[in-house]
Design a protein around this ligand. Sequence first.
Ligand SMILES: [Zn+2]
Ligand SMILES: [Zn+2]
Length: 188
Amino acid sequence: MSIQSVDLKCELCGFQSSTRETWGEFYYLHNELKIPINRTLGWCRQCDKICAIEDFSQQKNICEEIESLLSYFNNDYSQKKVLFISKKVREDRLFKLNLIQILNEQLKLISTRIGTEKCLNCGSSKIDSSIGEILSTMQDRIQHNTGVIGTGVIHPNCGGEIIASPSPIHITMEFTPRFYKRDGSQKS
Ligand SMILES: [Zn+2]
Ligand SMILES: [Zn+2]
């Protein structure tokens, strides 16, 4: 799979980064469940660069997804019909059930962790997610532009503005999944 990324640069000092920082597979491992980590781009003061950071702003979407999956189970399978459920349908129902469990764990985790978001690179909570928030609102403008666009985000300790442009390279990348504990620190 090849998706286009956005190159980020400081107009003053040449610092470079990319939205590719958040690409890949990130999971919390908890009770043998692989819970996907919602993430955004942020400035980590400890890494002194743009990193993938935890994003706990998706509570409403997760609730909606759980409800929509649950509604699937409201179909009444009467005793008679049960014998005629195909293997495919049964497996699909089990898959959805498992997904509900994962989403519910994700929801519980977010509700206890909100306000303690961490850098997924070093585990520090000295982070600022404004670059991620701003870029998500600018996505279309950046992709349909051939030049660079100012993001209005200032490079800390430098004062230069971070500028964004669609990456000219389409890269196919393979990722090794990264695993974290519930508190957002990386599993060794
Ligand atoms: Zn700079
Ligand atoms: Zn960091």
